[in-house]
Design a protein around this ligand. Structure first.
Ligand code: ADP
Length: 580
């Protein structure tokens, strides 16, 4: 333990190399009387202190895997096809263009953009030159978009052509934006309320050969906001170092297992926790990268997977249920697709089974904006395989995952006392590590004195180191003083034939304080009754967990494609008010 440990650093900048030379590190502890006791002088390591910068990731991709392809769908433009080397060249020109627009290190540049190569170039260009890229979430309300852009203080707004109307509506309220750039070629520049230039014009005007500057790796790089389901969205400012370390960890075999043989298509949005860091992990590993723009429907995904040979993708369960429905509808298979990483909300067990039958491995991961996002990934271990034999796979499928290097976790009770890793004790999930938030933007503390960040989730950890999320604290259902896991109920219900989305919420009950009700949205054109769902789930759940009502209705989704439980609670607030 590092109790009472104080480490003293003295940093001296070396004029020639701009590297930091750690001269002396003294290990000290407080003695019993509270005085500092010198316990020795540590030797400085003698290795290079090259900073972990985003520009370094792109330079690596250009040099080591330069001809590996990048393919991008665009808004009403033909498919774009180039490679990491040409991506690096264009990104350098974009950085030059930003400088020409007057952007200096520390400035913020904002995007309202889909998953395209242009958006990805901006994710490298702005941070690479020392500015911060704020990836605004276009699925938020106008009010929240204005709030986040003003809060970030962006000076340039890059926006996709599909947001012309949105930008027209809000432009007069964007206090700090000085330049509007449309992510489009010059010919297709659309007229709108703001005077915008096209991004292709900007790039074409530059020389190229940009010399990426070197600076401290803890510099802010990309600013993402949480989706603000409780209050205003909160800003999380990733640093170059956090992004680089997260990219390395994401690629590991026991993590997302990315290699140069992969063809990766991110189906989580670039504006939502940088599409789980995949633009960086793909560049680190030299994977081919396929960007689907905003086309996340089953048919469009299938088309791109088949035409580009996609091997790996990621996204929230709702996207993959649309994809599976499409494969069923046209009676085809998943082609080259080998694995899908599912996160954002709990992976339904039935979905994993269906993918398995189609020869696709599904890997669950837990993450959140504040954690860059990866916390745990569900991949097996020898210990689990030896102990659980045939049911080991089941164990992996029904858990969010196990720790990847870099993240520490702790489960605590209401008094903040640590709970055992026994698979039963559920408590608040705390995390810490080099890609976990420390402060919300611009400088609001987010962790306790020891650096632990409270995720807002309730979880268990078991003896194999596997985590299971039982609920989000704000979604907890407390019936007669006992917890009912909405996630477990949803997981069972989604297996009922015809069910597309299952959502469970707690609503006021005069006798039990709260009781669960279940809202079921069937697949298009399929009829499912409340009785069918009830009969399906009954054998699988503890009797007192059975929902007091099953309602067949459409289920609202949040800006990040998750079930909007806040809206559902509002809608069904009085549903059981007269129950006994
Ligand atoms: P927001 O907090 O605005 O919803 P995030 O995408 O950061 O946006 O949400 C993170 C939360 O999503 C986590 O705290 C957790 O509750 C939930 N989540 C993410 N992945 C999973 C998963 N695999 N299983 C269950 N819940 C998950």
């Amino acid at each position: 333990m590092l109790d009472n440990l104080t480490i003293l650093h003295e940093g001296l900048p070396n004029k020639h190399s701009r590297r930091i030379l750690v001269v002396v590190t003294m290990l000290c502890r407080l003695n019993k009387t509270g005085c500092i006791k010198n316990e020795g002088i540590m030797l400085a390591g003698l290795m290079q202190a090259a900073p972990l910068l985003i520009s370094g990731i792109l330079r690596h991709a250009a040099v080591a895997h330069g001809d590996r392809e990048i393919v991008s769908r665009l808004v009403d433009e033909p498919l774009w096809r180039y490679d990491w080397s040409r991506c690096a060249d264009r990104t350098g020109r974009l950085a030059q263009a930003l400088e020409r627009l007057g952007i200096v290190p520390g400035d913020r540049v904002t995007t309202l953009a889909w998953n395209t190569h242009r958006h990805m170039e901006l994710m490298y260009a702005a941070p690479g030159m020392g500015a911060v890229l704020h990836t605004a979430n276009p699925r938020l309300s106008d009010e929240q978009i204005v709030y986040t852009i003003n809060h970030a203080g962006g000076r340039v707004l890059f926006f996709d052509r599909s947001f012309v109307a949105l930008v027209g509506r809000i432009a007069h309220r964007l206090a700090s934006i000085e330049h509007f750039v449309m992510l489009s070629d010059a010919e297709r520049l659309m007229p709108g309320a703001v005077d915008a230039v096209s991004c292709e014009e900007l790039i074409a005007a530059e020389q190229g050969g940009y010399a990426w500057p070197s600076f401290d790796e803890t510099t802010g790089a990309i600013l993402c906001f949480t989706s603000g389901t409780t209050g205003d969205p909160k800003g999380v400012l990733y640093s170059h170092r956090s992004i680089a370390l997260h990219a390395l960890a994401a690629g590991l075999r026991g993590s997302l297992d990315i290699s140069a043989f992969d063809v990766i298509m991110p189906c989580s949005s670039l504006y939502h926790a940088t599409a789980w860091g995949l633009p960086f992990a793909a560049a680190v590993n030299g994977a081919k990268f396929v960007l689907p723009c905003d086309k996340f429907d089953g048919a469009s995904l299938h088309e791109l997977i088949a035409s580009e040979g996609v091997t790996m993708s990621c996204g929230v369960p709702t996207i993959w249920s649309m994809y599976l429905a499409h494969l069923d509808a046209i009676g085809t298979d998943a082609g080259t697709l080998q694995r899908i990483v599912i996160g954002g909300s709990a992976m339904p067990r039935a979905m994993a089974e269906t993918f398995k039958q189609r020869g696709v491995t599904v890997v669950q991961a837990l993450g959140m904006t504040e954690t860059s996002p990866l916390i745990v990934v569900a991949t097996p271990t020898p210990k689990l395989m030896a102990a659980r034999g045939e049911v080991a796979e089941d164990h992996v499928m029904t858990h969010q995952g196990r720790l990847i290097y870099g993240v520490e976790v702790k489960i605590v009770d209401e008094e903040w006392q640590e709970l055992p890793w026994d698979g039963k004790s559920a408590g608040s999930l705390l995390v810490r590590g080099p890609w976990v938030v420390d402060r919300y933007y611009p400088n609001i503390p987010a962790v306790d004195a020891d650096g632990w960040f409270d995720t807002g989730d309730i979880a268990t950890m078991d003896e194999f180191g596997f985590m299971r999320i039982t609920d989000r604290k704000k979604d907890i259902i407390k019936s007669g003083g006992e917890w009912v896991s909405s996630i477990d109920l949803e997981n069972v219900a989604i297996g009922c034939p015809g069910v597309r989305v299952a959502a469970v919420i707690g609503v006021y009950h005069p006798r039990w304080e709260e009781r669960p009700i279940m809202v079921i949205e069937p697949h298009d054109g399929i009829e499912v009754t409340a009785e069918q769902v009830r009969a399906f789930i009954e054998p699988h759940v503890t009797p007192w967990w059975l929902p007091d009502a099953v309602v067949i209705a459409s289920v609202p989704l949040t800006a990040t494609g998750k079930i909007d439980k806040k809206a559902l609670r509002e809608r069904y607030r009085d549903h059981l008010r007269t129950a006994t």
